[in-house]
Design a protein around this ligand. Sequence first.
Ligand SMILES: Nc1ncnc2c1ncn2[C@@H]1O[C@H](COP(=O)(O)OP(=O)(O)OP(=O)(O)O)[C@@H](O)[C@H]1O
Ligand SMILES: [Mg+2]
Length: 146
Amino acid sequence: VRALRPEALEDARLPEALRDVGRRWSELHGVEVGLTVTGRARVLRPEIEVALLRTAQEALANVAKHAHATRVGMTLSYMEDLVTLDVRDDGVGFTGTAGSTNGGYGLTAMRQRIEGVAGTLEIESDERAGTAISACVPALAGKVGA
Ligand SMILES: Nc1ncnc2c1ncn2[C@@H]1O[C@H](COP(=O)(O)OP(=O)(O)OP(=O)(O)O)[C@@H](O)[C@H]1O
Ligand SMILES: [Mg+2]
């Protein structure tokens, strides 16, 4: 039966959810957020989709709070065995904010959440190039409609 399902029913929900999060954040902060989706978008295990969605929300919260960015981009890439989510901004970078805060729990929580679904989190930051947060998780399929 599953093989006979129309393609539309197998459309992944995560890209739509990320688009909504980006749209709301944009309206709130007046900064454009782009979303690029590459590869064959498909439904992943709910805990994996939730981990990626929370990562995007936390990363965007940090951009709003620290980055002074003028552009923000999210890229969701579906590969054979892995899915990656990048959130990059063109803001001041960590060096631009280092020492100005005590550092909260956002990044730690993000890393724990991603590692909790057997993924990895990488952070790249530069005062000229801004900040990029990259989450990489296994592309474990979820049930359509679940
Ligand atoms: N996009 C970013 N641009 C510049 N600096 C950042 C960015 N994201 C995080 N940082 C820096 O990394 C620090 C740690 O981020 P983290 O999210 O862990 O804590 P926080 O945002 O300060 O507090 P919390 O998330 O608990 O509200 C920040 O205080 C800030 O200095
Ligand atoms: Mg934070």
